[in-house]
Design a protein around this ligand. Structure first.
Ligand SMILES: NC(=O)c1ccc[n+]([C@@H]2O[C@H](COP(=O)([O-])OP(=O)(O)OC[C@H]3O[C@@H](n4cnc5c(N)ncnc54)[C@H](OP(=O)(O)O)[C@@H]3O)[C@@H](O)[C@H]2O)c1
Length: 288
């Protein structure tokens, strides 16, 4: 991978089949959760000018309108962009997911999504019928793929025991599982399951939403490579072939987070960073 936001990580190997075969996604995308609270669409415009071509959003973030406007005003061709949105678990089931999808498209001012994810497997954690709703939504998402209204479909916050029952009935396999992944919270069991199944793990909160940015250990290793703590944390994930979607408010930080291809972390430091005690976890879990 080189120093380019448009660098793609290839999938299509292993068991991934159907429409996903042989396609790519950008290694670094822009995370938009809480990104527009202060400056609205300007932050998204800044991110596009800084070089981001992948924007991660969700109906839950309530910023799809600002993103749609920013993209329109940036004057970029739609095909240059990779836009991902997500359906909230309260909107699972065929009709509700379809309505939420149409709403997302309208707000984003587009007629297709590059990727659409199920945000969490369950709305109510004690709901023992959750898989029925997930399967219904998934079947609809497969149809939307067939119609060319979504390019790729995937999951978010699904653990192996949520994915297995979906794979029993899925016609199109999920391309991605977007999970909380960062130094201090690497969910290794889930990662190896995803690798076996040919599903790409993508990291949300790759900087641990700043909770691990100030860690002394991270600072010491980052100094050794002459990079910022954020760059070290992002590079760690990219070296593990995990695409990242950091959120940042200033143009300087946005650019810094894209500039993670000019150095390489040694095997020993990768090992050390992989074996740290758990830290920086958000406390969010799909079942608990
Ligand atoms: N699927 C899901 O359930 C889920 C859940 C959470 C998040 N996400 C997605 O993942 C994206 C990223 O996660 P996140 O926003 O939670 O956290 P994050 O990207 O790990 O961290 C963002 C925090 O790090 C700071 N930061 C960013 N770049 C920095 C730099 N170079 N130097 C110093 N500080 C820096 C930001 O500060 P400033 O903003 O002040 O610059 C912000 O406080 C979200 O925006 C969202 O798109 C998905």
């Amino acid at each position: 991978m080189s120093n380019d936001a448009k660098v793609k990580i290839e999938w299509g190997a292993g068991k991934t089949a159907g429409k996903a075969a042989g396609n790519t996604i950008p290694a670094v995308g822009f995370g938009s959760y809480l990104a527009t609270e202060k400056n609205g669409k300007q932050t998204i415009k800044d991110a596009l000018v800084a070089g981001y071509r992948y924007v991660d959003t969700a109906s839950f973030y309530r910023n799809e309108e600002e993103i749609g406007e920013a993209v329109e005003e940036a004057g970029l061709n739609r095909e240059e962009l990779f836009i991902c949105s997500k359906v909230w678990p309260g909107d699972l089931g065929r009709e509700r997911t379809l309505a939420s999808f149409e709403e997302s498209l309208k707000k984003l001012k587009t007629d297709y999504l590059d990727m659409y994810l199920i945000h969490w497997p369950k709305d109510n954690r004690s709901d023992d019928k959750w898989i029925d709703k997930v399967r219904e939504s998934w079947a609809l998402m497969e149809e939307l793929c067939d119609e060319g209204r979504i390019r790729f479909i995937g999951l978010s916050n699904f653990l192996p025991h949520h994915i297995r029952p979906l794979l029993e009935t899925a016609r199109i396999r999920p391309v991605i599982d977007q999970l909380e992944l960062h130094v201090g919270y690497m969910q290794e069991y889930t990662l190896s399951y995803l690798r076996e199944e040919g599903i790409i793990p993508q990291a949300w909160s790759p900087l641990g939403r700043a909770r691990i940015l100030g860690s002394e250990i991270v600072t010491k290793i980052a100094e050794k490579y002459g990079v910022s703590n954020a760059q070290l944390l992002l590079r760690y994930l990219i070296q593990r072939e995990i695409p990242v979607i950091p959120k940042a408010s200033s143009v300087e930080r946005m650019k810094q987070n894209l500039d993670v291809f000019g150095f390489s972390i040694s095997e020993d430091d990768m090992s050390f960073l992989s074996c740290l005690p758990e830290q920086g976890w958000s406390g969010e879990h799909p079942d608990l």
